[in-house]
Design a protein around this ligand. Structure first.
Ligand code: Q9C
Ligand code: ZN
Length: 334
C-alpha cells in the first residue's frame, strides 16, 4: 500500500498539556510518527497543493489565527506556548476581538492543544500528506495511508482542540468531492468521537460520517458523539454515532464497526476515508478500550472486504512503544 509522510510534520512539539487539573507532558509527540514510520518501512513525501484544498474546509480567519497565534502570544509578553483559558460559551455575541486570549477562546474547543511556532508548518504538512494519499486513491490505488500527525478529527471549520488543528479526514473527503467523487463516506474508529468532522459535515448530504467511539458520557469530547446525533437539515441521517462503554473488546467493537459499515454500504460511497486511531489499544495511556494488536488486522479486513477505494488517515494512539506494531498490523489487514 502506498503511504505518505512529510518530515515537516515533526516540527510541532508542545511541551505540556492541561490534564486533570495540572500540566503533564504532551501526549501527541513527534516520536509517534517516527515509531509508525519505522514500523511501516518508510513513506513517500507528499507534494504541495497549496492552501486551496485546506480553505475548502476551514475558515480563512481560523487559518490566519493558526499562523499568527504564536507571534501574538510573544507580543503579549508570554513565555511558552499559546494556550486558551476563556471561552465564548454558546449564545455569546459574535464580537470581533483581536486580543490573543480572546482569539484563542474563539478558535479552540479546549485548553489541551497548545499552538507553537511549529504548529502551522506541521498541520499544513499533515494536510498535504492526507491530500497525497487521496490523490493516489483517486488515481486508482485500492487504498493508501496518510501518516497524519498532528491528527485532525477534533478540529472543526474554525476551531482546534484534542491535539488537532486541520481536519485531515475532512480535507481528504472534500478533495475527493471536488475531484468528482459524488458520494464520500468517513468511518471514524479513533477511541474519541470526531466532533470536528461531524460538525463540518453536519448539515450536508454528500459526505456520510459514521463513528465508533468511547461514550461521551464518560470520555472526551463529552459534548458530541451521543447516539441521538444524526445530522440536521440536508444532512439529517448522514451522521451515525455508535458510542461504546469503557472496557470494550474486539467483539463489541467489531459489531459496532460492522453496523457502521452496513450503514455506509447502504449509502453507496464512491470513496471511503478512514479516520484510524490506535488509541483503542488495551495499553493506551489516555483511553479505556481493550483491543489487542492482532485485533487491528481483523478490523481492517472487515473494512477492506467492502471494496471501496479507501484513504486511511492517522488520528490518535499514544502508547508510542506499541503504536508502530498496531498501525502496521492494521495496514497489513488490507
Ligand atoms: N489530557 C485524538 O486522539 N485530552 N485526540 C483528554 C487528557 C484530549 C485525543 C484529556 C484527548 C484528545 C486525536
Ligand atoms: Zn483519539
Amino acid at each position: 500500500m502506498r503511504r505518505f509522510f512529510a518530515p515537516a510534520q515533526l516540527t510541532h512539539a508542545p511541551a505540556l498539556e492541561l490534564h486533570n487539573g495540572g500540566f503533564t507532558p504532551y501526549a501527541e509527540v513527534p516520536a509517534r510518527a517516527e515509531a509508525i514510520l519505522a514500523a511501516i518501512g518508510g513513506a513517500e513525501a507528499p507534494g504541495d497543493e497549496g492552501d486551496v484544498p485546506i480553505r475548502a474546509v476551514h475558515d480563512a480567519a481560523y487559518l490566519a489565527f493558526l499562523r499568527d497565534a504564536p507571534a501574538m502570544w510573544r507580543v503579549a509578553g508570554r513565555p511558552g506556548e499559546a494556550i486558551p483559558y476563556a471561552f465564548p460559551i454558546v449564545r455569546r455575541r459574535p464580537l470581533h476581538l483581536s486580543r490573543i486570549d480572546a482569539l484563542l477562546g474563539v478558535h479552540a474547543m479546549d485548553a489541551t492543544t497548545p499552538i507553537t511556532p511549529g504548529t502551522w508548518t506541521s498541520a499544513y504538512a499533515s494536510a498535504q500528506t492526507a491530500l497525497a494519499a487521496t490523490r493516489a486513491v483517486l488515481a486508482g490505488e485500492r487504498a493508501a495511508f496518510a501518516l497524519c500527525r498532528p491528527p485532525g478529527h477534533h478540529a472543526g471549520a474554525d476551531y482546534c482542540g484534542g491535539y488537532c488543528h486541520l481536519n485531515v479526514a475532512a480535507i481528504a473527503a472534500q478533495a475527493a468531492r471536488d475531484a468528482g467523487r459524488v458520494r464520500v463516506a468517513i468511518l471514524d474508529i479513533d477511541y474519541h468521537h470526531g466532533n470536528g468532522t461531524q460538525d463540518i459535515f453536519w448539515t450536508r448530504d454528500d459526505v456520510f460520517y459514521a463513528s465508533v467511539h468511547a461514550d461521551p458520557a464518560t470520555d472526551y469530547p463529552f459534548f458530541w458523539g451521543h447516539a441521538d446525533e444524526r445530522g440536521e437539515d440536508a444532512g439529517e441521517g448522514a451522521t451515525l454515532n455508535l458510542p461504546l462503554p469503557r472496557g470494550t473488546r474486539l467483539d463489541a467493537f467489531r459489531r459496532a464497526q460492522g453496523q457502521a459499515l452496513a450503514a455506509i454500504g447502504a449509502w453507496s460511497p464512491d470513496l471511503l476515508v478512514v479516520s484510524f486511531g490506535a488509541d483503542t489499544w488495551e495499553g493506551d495511556p489516555i483511553s479505556g478500550f481493550a483491543l489487542t494488536t492482532a485485533d487491528y488486522a481483523i478490523l481492517a479486513r472487515d473494512i477492506a472486504v467492502a471494496g471501496w477505494p479507501t484513504v486511511i488517515v492517522m488520528e490518535g494512539g499514544y502508547a508510542v512503544d506499541a503504536l508502530g506494531a498496531n498501525v502496521a498490523t492494521f495496514l497489513g489487514g488490507f
